[in-house]
Design a binder for this molecule. Structure first.
Ligand SMILES: CC(C)(COP(=O)(O)OP(=O)(O)OC[C@H]1O[C@@H](n2cnc3c(N)ncnc32)[C@H](O)[C@@H]1OP(=O)(O)O)[C@@H](O)C(=O)NCCC(=O)NCCS
Length: 155
């Protein structure tokens, strides 16, 4: 009898205040300029769509979106560095887009650094298109970095 190797199942659930410590640990591992814990607390407090992606009951990633008047704005999408490049980012993005549709959004927007090749590839593969640029939007090691604005129709 041969062994059957199964990928651990992913679970998506709303983020809780009690998740913030684990979420912030992923955030600091994944980003050069991470959000503070307070920003995550504020996102929960103001009622943004905050979702945790679990694998083996551990936080493997998370996504945060503001959804209003038919538009969803993806504010943060992150996969733990040790779990990246395995399709989890695409699963998380697809889940957030499904949530957006359930909230009756017909368009999704996000910003991404020009230097963030993995994220740009993920978004392009998911059907996002570049629709604009915000100058000097992000902090960077040497000054500031622009943001590319991307959009996808959810029809
Ligand atoms: C961006 C991010 C969410 C992608 O998650 P992921 O789980 O690695 O993505 P996936 O495995 O689903 O891959 C999605 C696509 O990106 C590509 N990709 C992933 N990692 C890559 C890398 N290091 N270099 C180049 N392409 C990469 C994959 O090849 C795949 O493209 P394909 O379908 O053409 O093969 C993840 O890299 C991350 O959390 N980065 C830090 C936080 C961040 O930058 N978030 C985005 C802010 S805008």
């Amino acid at each position: 009898m041969s062994a059957v190797l199964k990928q651990p199942a992913l679970q998506f659930r709303p983020m809780l205040e009690s998740d913030i410590k684990a979420v912030h640990a992923v955030e600091t591992a994944a980003y050069d300029f991470p959000w503070s814990r307070v920003i995550f607390q504020d996102c929960l407090r103001v009622g943004y769509c905050c979702w945790v992606m679990e694998r083996d009951r551990a936080v493997a990633g998370y996504g945060i979106m503001a959804v209003a008047v038919g538009e969803s704005h993806i504010l943060n999408l992150c996969v733990h560095p040790t779990a990246q490049n395995n399709g989890l980012g695409r699963s998380l993005l697809d889940y957030l887009l499904d949530v957006s549709r359930r909230h009756k959004a017909d368009c999704a927007y996000l910003e991404v650094r020009p230097s963030n090749a993995p994220a740009r590839r993920l978004y392009a593969r998911a059907g996002f298109e570049e629709v604009g640029m915000r100058r000097n939007y992000y902090p960077a090691r040497l000054g500031r970095e622009d943001a590319i604005i991307m959009a996808k129709s959810l029809d």
